[in-house]
Design a protein around this ligand. Structure first.
Ligand code: ADP
Ligand code: MG
Length: 232
């Protein structure tokens, strides 16, 4: 336990540092991007393409910072009682536009009774967001019936939230690599989303399990301890 605690403390210090560094780096990146775009207008085709590459790389840096920042947010542990369905709905609302842009339908299947967890709302939302975003991105671009389903249920003392897609799926080897830093199969992926997600879930005393079949799709199954009012 002692070892765990010092690790958590170190992580907190590191997180704060990372958050301020990320913030400081973002501003100059924005300025550089703006000037590159301005310069681009007066150039010949060849030099234009150099600038385009530079801008793409800047955007990549920005993405990496964003993914880290979500992990590095100052450790304000705002534990509250959360209505799971409400949080799922507000999260899918945020991400629905992204889904429809990629031609993917989003559905949530609610549970007949209201389920609650005691957790950090912002972080739980971050976890859901990462899982849903990956599910949407797993659907091949020209697939006709792309679909992401979020199902809420209960299993023993856990609220179970499943994020299922009918996307490209993964081999068992690929599944074992999930959460490894920088593991990504996407052109513009950072491979940091699930690393952050697994850490957050662990901090919530939850569990995250993936089932997947290549060519069929993936189910991410998230377990978060159920909040029981009358618990001793
Ligand atoms: P990124 O999204 O930036 O690639 P993540 O850590 O979020 O990084 O995901 C890592 C990798 O895991 C992805 O690149 C992808 O190969 C795989 N992956 C994650 N979720 C799914 C999914 N629902 N279906 C298929 N592959 C997935
Ligand atoms: Mg991702």
């Amino acid at each position: 336990l002692r070892k765990e605690r010092s690790r958590t403390e170190k992580l907190a210090v590191l997180s704060e540092l990372a958050a301020s560094v990320a913030h400081e780096i973002r501003n100059p990146l924005t300025v550089v991007r703006g000037f590159l775009q301005l310069t681009q207008q007066s150039l010949d085709e060849k030099n234009k393409s150099f600038i385009s590459t530079a801008i793409l790389e800047l955007d990549r840096a920005e993405k990496i910072i964003s993914d880290y920042l979500s992990f590095a947010k100052p450790q304000i542990e705002h534990i509250s009682v959360i209505q799971v369905e409400e949080l799922v709905n507000s999260t899918t609302d945020v991400i629905r536009a992204y889904a429809s842009m990629r031609g993917v339908e989003m559905h949530t299947l609610p549970y007949p009774e209201s389920l609650q967890v005691a957790s950090d709302k912002h972080k739980l939302q971050q976890v859901l967001m990462n899982l849903i975003k990956n599910a949407i991105e797993a659907v091949p671009e020209h697939k006709e019936d792309g679909r992401v389903e979020v199902r809420i249920s209960i299993e023993r003392n856990f609220v179970k939230i499943e994020v299922a897609d009918n996307g490209k799926g993964m081999t068992p080897e690929q599944v074992t690599r999930l959460g490894d830093p920088y593991y990504s199969t996407k052109d513009t992926g950072t491979g940091l989303g699930l690393m952050v997600t697994f850490r957050l879930v662990e901090a919530m005393d939850g569990k995250l399990i993936f089932h997947s079949k290549p060519g069929k799709g993936t189910q991410a199954v998230l377990y978060i301890p159920l909040f029981e009012k009358n618990k001793p």
